[in-house]
Write a protein that binds this ligand. Structure first.
Ligand code: ATP
Length: 446
């Protein structure tokens, strides 16, 4: 079967996402809201599966990492100490003619404005991208608070509480998944650059002399995690931030870059934050945030290695990597070849005919036996070939067809998404079989 030469484009993906319920514009009936997107039924599943896979691999499978779920709001002193009030800024430039604003490091200021064509730039000024709000009934300076622009500060602030409660010894990590907010100057490229986003962050605390080795190890683990979940290695690249161009807290930063249809851009950042955050919070709060080693009886201010990835950006990459078209006798077969662990719908039950009550009853029996801890769909409308295509398009790994033979021997067919191979299997063992297949190692078909 010939593969169509056309690569996935953002337009194709955006259209599939809307049509099949992955991603919708926020407030779509009111014309949308810049930099904010809603996740439809299948997008919600995909995101939950990404987050669950990450949590299982980093928190449950390891013994040295524990979880945290901190609040979005915090005492503004946190942002003063962390340097965000002063430094969480992007360079802003405005076109005096059309008044459009741009991130100065993302456009070429030696050329004319891309919107109006004039050459009349203002000076660059620093724009703080934290969202401000007011806490309590009075809107005055004293009640200003910020929506967190990254999830990790609460990890530093809670460092001693977590360490003490869980009796962790260095090296150990604290992982967190949660919403973050950034008032980005320009948004765009679908869900790539958002104003409301979700992050999966790990802060891994080590003795300072182990920081370089831990950095290398975590960078490798994070690249492999992406590859193991279906991202082609050839689409990834590493970018080392040069001296003088790093964030204020960073001793070393490497971005894991992905080759998006709109160009190579950051998918994940890995940073060595040194002891910057713990030191700053200890100074500002007056509390001791050092780690005390019972054996050597010495105090250590740990260094921290931080891999940080956006759930939204990861889901965009997993969707781009999954999108696949091939020619078939009906024209084009579009398949979302998700890793089965990430696929939103795990199985679909398809009765071959919907008019035979005995067959329909068996189909419902199969459907009921599969439901519970995974999303399973039931589809009885249209020709079975069309129904397979519908499932392929949302990446369902297994279709289970109930036919006349089921009435005789209680067997069904299991059709596999990537190979389209069908095998018969007893309907009574179907749940165990699907669960077994979902746990098998999966390799991209290409
Ligand atoms: P940039 O320089 O592109 O603004 P950043 O270097 O500030 O990004 P980090 O602070 O390193 O980004 O954020 C860690 C991760 O969080 C990113 O790798 C990305 O996956 C995700 N992320 C950050 N900002 C956004 C955003 N506005 N929309 C979606 N995801 C984001």
């Amino acid at each position: 079967m010939a593969t169509l030469p056309a690569p996935v484009t953002m337009d194709k993906l955006v259209s599939l996402c809307k049509r099949r319920g992955f991603v919708f514009q926020s407030s779509e009936i009111y014309g949308g809201f810049n930099g904010v997107w809603d996740h439809g039924p299948l997008g919600a599943e995909l995101r939950n599966n990404i987050k669950r896979a990450w949590w299982e691999d980093y928190v449950y499978k390891r013994t040295d990492i524990v979880g945290l779920d901190s609040a979005i709001l915090a005492n503004p002193a946190v942002w003063r100490a962390s340097g965000h009030l002063e430094n969480f800024t992007d360079p802003l430039v405005e076109c005096r003619n059309c008044h459009n604003r741009f991130r100065a490091d993302q456009i070429d200021l030696t050329r004319n404005c891309t919107v109006c064509g004039k050459f009349d730039w203002t000076d660059i000024k620093q724009f703080n991208t934290m969202f401000k709000t007011f806490v309590g009934p009075v809107e005055e300076d004293a009640s200003v608070a910020y929506l967190r622009p990254e999830t990790c500060q609460a990890i530093f602030v809670n460092f001693r509480l977590v360490q003490g409660a869980m009796r962790k010894k260095l090296p150990f990590g604290i992982a967190q998944i949660g919403k973050a907010f950034r008032n980005e100057i320009t948004t765009g490229n679908f869900i790539f650059r958002l104003r409301e986003l979700e992050q999966m962050e790990l802060e891994y605390f080590v003795r300072p002399d182990q920081a370089d080795a831990a950095f290398e190890e975590l960078l490798g683990i994070n690249v492999e995690w992406l590859v193991n979940h279906g991202v082609r290695r050839s689409k990834l690249d590493l970018y080392e931030h040069p001296d003088g161009a790093r964030a204020h807290y960073s001793r070393r930063t490497v971005d894991i870059m992905y080759d998006f249809p709109f160009g190579k851009s950051e998918l994940q950042g890995v940073a060595n934050r040194g002891d910057f955050d713990l030191t700053q919070h200890a100074k500002a709060s007056g509390r001791d945030l050092d780690y005390f080693d019972d054996e050597t009886k010495e105090k250590v201010t740990p260094f921290v290695i931080e891999p940080s990835i956006g759930v939204d950006r990861a889901s965009l990459v997993f969707m781009l990597e999954a999108y696949y078209e091939e020619a078939d006798k009906e024209g084009v077969r579009t398949v979302m070849r998700f890793h089965p662990r990430l696929a939103p719908v795990k199985a679909a039950v398809l009765p071959l005919v919907k008019k035979d009550p005995a067959l329909v009853a068996l189909s419902h029996e199969v459907f009921a036996s599969l439901r519970g801890d995974m999303l399973v769909l039931y589809d009885e409308s249209g020709a079975v070939g069309r129904r397979y295509r519908r499932q392929d398009e949302i990446g369902t790994p297994f279709c289970i067809t109930v036919d006349s033979q089921t009435l005789e021997d209680r067997t069904v067919t299991i059709r596999e998404r990537d190979t389209m191979e069908q095998v018969r299997f007893s309907m009574d063992g179907i749940r165990d079989e699907i669960e077994r297949r979902l746990r098998l190692p999966w390799l991209r078909p290409d």
